[in-house]
Structures are given as structure tokens and as C-alpha cells.
Design a protein around this ligand. Structure first.
Ligand SMILES: Cc1cc2nc3c(=O)[nH]c(=O)nc-3n(C[C@H](O)[C@H](O)[C@H](O)COP(=O)(O)OP(=O)(O)OC[C@H]3O[C@@H](n4cnc5c(N)ncnc54)[C@H](O)[C@@H]3O)c2cc1C
Length: 545
């Protein structure tokens, strides 16, 4: 006889850690958290500078690819996602961005009225402890520890000055009143450690007797009887097993695996399910549709070795970095290196920054299958609010098969236009006087790539993503939406989805923080706790031309 639980949470990633932690605060509830991956107790996860090892590790990732991408010459693109306790928060780049207030205003304008900024901001405050202190935007006693990057390398300052010379503002807190402009970055790093959702939410909850965690356990199906979820089917130690629950199954498997799991459970587009011989349990045609991401490219410049961070990352530098981190949790090992960035607009007819830039004072290129730093600097730039939409579909009814993922990046002409203009804007930033002493040859796309046509070719050949899969089980108030505003699956009772898949529209920025607050907010709904009082903090907005 397997023990019975009130709630089963599938996936110990950003959302799953929050939901399991918040639900188990009520000692009368028995909560099971099930995770396909194993432990997150590893130095490549804990040490921020080990980030490239974390996200290139096959052991702790799903190893998915999207493609063939029709607009990108049929290329396949690595689409990383964490398969480990902490999920993608254990392998991500730790950049802390909340998105633009207008993202949430947009969700509300589409009918999700209690997802506007006034309702979301209190949850951002509840989720974080910001090292620089509290104000009406920032929180002081939440589980996630957020710090402002030290940005000590001289090129960070050059990046900000160059931006000002190009006519842009430096915003003092891009997660406060004003997102738009250039900024010193903030990160999910505290005490020299990656602050994953597992560290912030799950570990403190593990001592509770009413929370049970099963890792290395792959959920292969959600059991649905008479239109209601009653439990899950898992594979653990190579053997199948069923686990029942009394209240709800809460799916937090991420934007690629959640639609896959729903379809394997017979919830989806009937034609698609029948094609794979899966019995249709509930019709939900939008499962796996509306898939979004942030497509982008790197711009790379050479710089003198002494001017690039590579001068500190030679053999001796790496030994020092590791020793400093191991012995004192200090030094370069405590940095994710993404210590400055920008949210800018390439056109005046949008109300929000349509381009995000992340600046690195080194460049990285693939050598023998590994990303290695080379002297220079680079800007990663991506589209904040792409118009193109893709799909997650099944390849077969075998849960072990990877899903078929196609983002259709650049399908909408506006997306291509914006990326071309984004490349031009990046060059404008780097060609300001502040850069004159430091700017070497443009390595990528290269000085000869000047016309729209050539930039377009470069983008089609090189575009990749920020690993921000989202939207594949859309939340909405219309009949086609997969879930309602509380994450309840419309087609199946006693089942919710809480993760990046329910974002109706991808937000302007990185997704970790928004997913955490979505999980915080829906946890309150599950527990029938009153929502936090709304905020009246103002936010920056401009009127589009
Ligand atoms: C390489 C990378 C870099 C990123 N960088 C940043 C960044 O710097 N800043 C930022 O804000 N965001 C970043 N992100 C995005 C952010 O981490 C994710 O958007 C966020 O973690 C999504 O949360 P989630 O709960 O939807 O899914 P996840 O955090 O991915 O969690 C899903 C969990 O479900 C588990 N799971 C899936 N299927 C099953 C199953 N069938 N059975 C059992 N368990 C299952 C997975 O193993 C995983 O643990 C990055 C993502 C990646 C991959």
C-alpha cells in the first residue's frame, strides 16, 4: 500500500519548490514532491562561476533540442532545462529580472484582472530578500536572496558610460520603478552561492514531516478518473508505481515537459493524441501551443588580453578562483559574470523595451565541444516580446522519448526586423567614445556584415535562445485557455498547472523570478489564503509614438 497524499506536486523546479514549500506550511496537509532528477548538492551547481559546467552537464539536464526550425535553415537548437532538484534554477545563469510592469498589465488587459502589476508586485516583495534593502518595490524577508552584482571589472563601467553617450539612461534599480535603460545586474546569488529555488524554498521545508520528496522518479502519466485527477504513475528504480492523492495533482514540470505529460495522460488535442494511440481523456486543444521563448544572438568583439576578464581566467587565475571560493566563498567564483545589462527599445511604437542585452567582459567560443573564454567582450541580445509562436508535441506515446519542440523563431516578420535593429543598436552602444580604448575587431557578426540582408543571414545562421520556454499551457479566461487564472486545468478537475507554461505571454526579461511569484500567488489560492493586499507603487511608462 503506498501512502496517500493530499497534494502531489510534479517537478521540483522553480514553481514546484515554491508550491511544495508553501503547501507544507500547513501541518495538516500531506504533500508529495516528485522530481525526475537527482540531488542538487554539487559544487558545479553551488558555485556561480561554474555556470557553464552546470548548463552543459548532461547528467543534470533533459538534453532537449528544438527543431527543425523552419526560419533558421532547419537547424536544431539546444534547449536546456534542468533535470535535477531545483530544476532549471539549479543550472540557470542566476540573472534576476522581474520583467516589465507592463507585462502583467497586459495579462490583466486580456481578462486576468488579478494578474496586473498591483497584484503581482506584493508577491515579488514576499519572494525576495534584496541585499540593498527594502522599499515599496523591494522585499526584505523572502526566501530568495538577491544581490546587486559588484561589477568590478572596468568594462562594466565602460558599458554603462557608452550607453549614456548613446543617449540612454542608467536606471538605479531595473527591478524597481524603472526597468528601461542600462543597469548593473542583480542576481540569485548570496554568500557566494547560487540561490536556487531548492536552496531558498525547498531545503528549509525538508525538515517538515508532512513533506515527502521523491527524487529520481519520472512521472509518466497523471491518473484521471471521471474527469478528475486522482494520482500519478511513476517510474522509480526502473519499476512502475501508482501514487494516489486526495485533493489535487499540481503539475510544475516546466514549459516543455508539462504539455508532454498532459498529452501522455490523454489531455490535449484529440487528433494529436489519436495519432500516437493515446486514449483521449479530456479535450484541450491548446496544450502544447502558444510556445514562446526569447530568441537572440551574440555580438562579439576582440579586446586586448589585459582589458578582458580572460586575463584573470588563465590557469593560475582559475586555481585562485576555485581556492577563493572553496575556502572563503569569495572572489570571482562568486560571480555569474553577467554583471551589467540593458532593456532598450529599437522603435518608438512599443510601450516596453523590446530588446534585452546582457554584457560579458569576455567572449566565449566553442572549442572541442566546450565553451572557452577568449580575450574580448560580448553582448547577448534577445527579443523581449516576440510575436512568433511554436508548439510542443509528442513524438510517440513513450514517456522516455523527447518531445518535438518547434519555436518557429522569426516566423513573424516583425521579430526579424527587431533583431536586425537590435544588432544595429548594439553596435551603436559599442561605437561610443567610451569604448575607443578597448574596442578591437568585431568578431561576430563581423565588420563586413552591414546590410539588412547580411545581418538577417547572420541571425538565421546563429540565432539561439535564452532558454525561456513558456506559454505552452496558456492561462486565460477564454474557453480555449488550458488553465484559468488560478492555474486550474479547465478540462480536468483536481488538477493544476503552475510553471512557465501557463504564462499567457512571455515577459520582458528572464523567467525565474516571474515563475516564482506565479507559484507564490497560486499557492495562496490553493490554500484559500487571502491574496496579499495590492500595491499602489508607481512604475515607469512612456506613451508609444
Ligand atoms: C540554461 C538556462 C539558463 C537560464 N538563465 C536564467 C537566468 O539567468 N535568470 C532567470 O530568471 N531565468 C533563467 N532561466 C529560466 C528559468 O530558470 C526557468 O524559466 C524557470 O526555472 C522555469 O521554472 P519552471 O518551474 O517552469 O520549470 P523548471 O525550473 O525547469 O522545473 C521543472 C522541473 O520538473 C521536473 N520534471 C519535468 N518533467 C518531469 C516528470 N515527468 N517527472 C518528474 N519531474 C519532472 C524537471 O526535472 C524540473 O526539475 C534559464 C533557464 C535555463 C535552462
Amino acid at each position: 500500500m503506498s501512502p496517500k497524499f493530499d497534494y502531489i506536486v510534479v517537478g521540483a523546479g522553480a514553481a514546484g519548490c515554491v508550491v511544495a514549500s508553501r503547501l507544507s506550511e500547513d501541518p495538516t496537509l500531506r504533500v508529495l514532491l516528485v522530481e525526475a532528477g537527482g540531488t542538487d548538492r554539487s559544487p558545479i551547481i553551488a558555485m556561480p562561476a561554474a555556470l557553464p559546467f552546470a548548463y552543459q552537464s548532461r547528467r543534470i539536464g533533459w538534453g532537449y533540442q528544438s527543431g527543425p526550425e523552419p526560419q533558421l535553415g532547419g537547424r536544431a537548437i539546444d534547449e536546456k532545462a534542468g533535470r535535477v532538484v531545483g530544476g532549471s534554477t539549479s543550472i540557470n545563469a542566476m540573472i534576476y529580472n522581474r520583467g516589465n510592469p507592463l507585462d502583467y498589465e497586459g495579462w490583466a488587459a486580456d481578462g486576468l484582472t488579478d494578474w496586473d502589476y498591483a497584484h503581482c508586485l506584493p508577491y515579488f516583495r514576499r519572494m525576495e530578500t534584496f541585499a540593498d534593502g527594502t522599499d515599496q518595490w523591494r522585499g526584505g524577508d523572502g526566501p530568495m536572496r538577491i544581490s546587486r552584482c559588484r561589477a568590478e571589472h572596468k568594462l562594466f563601467d565602460v558599458f554603462l558610460r557608452g550607453g549614456q553617450q548613446a543617449g540612454f539612461e542608467v536606471t538605479p534599480d531595473h527591478n524597481g520603478y524603472q526597468q528601461e535603460g542600462l543597469h548593473i545586474a542583480q542576481s540569485f546569488i548570496h554568500g557566494g552561492l547560487r540561490w536556487s529555488a531548492a536552496r531558498g524554498y525547498l531545503r528549509p521545508a525538508l525538515r517538515r514531516p508532512n513533506l515527502h520528496v521523491m527524487s529520481r522518479t519520472h512521472v509518466t502519466r497523471i491518473l484521471i478518473n471521471d474527469g478528475a485527477a486522482t494520482g500519478i504513475e511513476v517510474r522509480h528504480g526502473g519499476r512502475p508505481r501508482r501514487i494516489d492523492c486526495d485533493r489535487e495533482v499540481i503539475v510544475c514540470a516546466g514549459a516543455l515537459n508539462t504539455p508532454k505529460l498532459l498529452m501522455l495522460s490523454g489531455v490535449g488535442d484529440p487528433d494529436e493524441l489519436r495519432r500516437h494511440g493515446i486514449d483521449v481523456v479530456a479535450e484541450a486543444r491548446e496544450v502544447g501551443r502558444n510556445l514562446q521563448n526569447h530568441p537572440g544572438v551574440d555580438l562579439q568583439y576582440a579586446a586586448a588580453h589585459g582589458d578582458s576578464l580572460t586575463s584573470q581566467l588563465g590557469p593560475i587565475g582559475r586555481v585562485t578562483l576555485t581556492a577563493d571560493w572553496v575556502l572563503r566563498r569569495k572572489g570571482l567564483g562568486t560571480s555569474n559574470f553577467f554583471e551589467a545589462g540593458a532593456f532598450l527599445r529599437t522603435r518608438d511604437d512599443v510601450a516596453f523595451p523590446n530588446m534585452q542585452y546582457e554584457f560579458l567582459p569576455l567572449t566565449r567560443q566553442m572549442k572541442n565541444g566546450r565553451l572557452v573564454p577568449i580575450p574580448g567582450f560580448q553582448l547577448w541580445m534577445d527579443l523581449s516580446r516576440p510575436e512568433s509562436r511554436g508548439t510542443v508535441r509528442l513524438r510517440s506515446s513513450d514517456p522516455a522519448d523527447h518531445p518535438s519542440i518547434v519555436f518557429n523563431h522569426l516566423k513573424q516578420p516583425q521579430d526579424l526586423r527587431d533583431l536586425i535593429d537590435g544588432v544595429r543598436l548594439a553596435r551603436t552602444l559599442i561605437h561610443q567614445p567610451a569604448w575607443d580604448r578597448y574596442r578591437g575587431l568585431e568578431l561576430s557578426p563581423g565588420p563586413d556584415v552591414l546590410s539588412d540582408r547580411d545581418i538577417e543571414l547572420f541571425i538565421r545562421q546563429r540565432a539561439s535562445t535564452s532558454y525561456h520556454a513558456s506559454g505552452s499551457c496558456r492561462m486565460g479566461i477564454d474557453g480555449h485557455a488550458v488553465v484559468d487564472g488560478d492555474g486550474r486545468v479547465n478540462a480536468v478537475r483536481r488538477m493544476r498547472i503552475v510553471d512557465a507554461s501557463i504564462m499567457p505571454r512571455v515577459i520582458t526579461g528572464n523567467l525565474n523570478a516571474p515563475v516564482l511569484i506565479m507559484a507564490e500567488k497560486i499557492s495562496d489560492r490553493i490554500l484559500r489564503r487571502p491574496a496579499l493586499p495590492t500595491s499602489n507603487a508607481p512604475f515607469y511608462r512612456t506613451t508609444p509614438a
